[in-house]
Design a protein. Sequence first.
Length: 140
Amino acid sequence: MSEPFAVPVTVRGYETDVQGHLNQAVYINYAEHARWSMLQSAGISQAGLISRGVGPVALETTIRYQRELLAGEEVEVTCAFDWGGGKTFRIEQTIRKKDGTVAAEITAVGGLLDLRERRLVTEPQKIFEELASDPSLFGI
């Protein structure tokens, strides 16, 4: 597994629910933001993926909520790829408060879709390695 990449996020008031804590769906947005930030830091753009004829797809996402998040709190969202082999890969993510408290753990299973064939590519890590200017962020 790669070393975790991290991005800071501040919980915005409009993202909270009637109880005053972060709405459940927003956790997925934070995770997705960290993933795309990691791709960009590695030198992979959406345009680059499309020109290669592939696009990332989410196949499964599990969120383990551990502590509530409130408006104004600053968190760090990590992202680490675990290739394992085959057509899919896992992405392990943690949303952590400034004091180190884990607010949520997110595990996702993803793949790269061949946009023409509409099937998962056989070895997604090879395509990430080819497209990235810094593949070490992915542990490859």
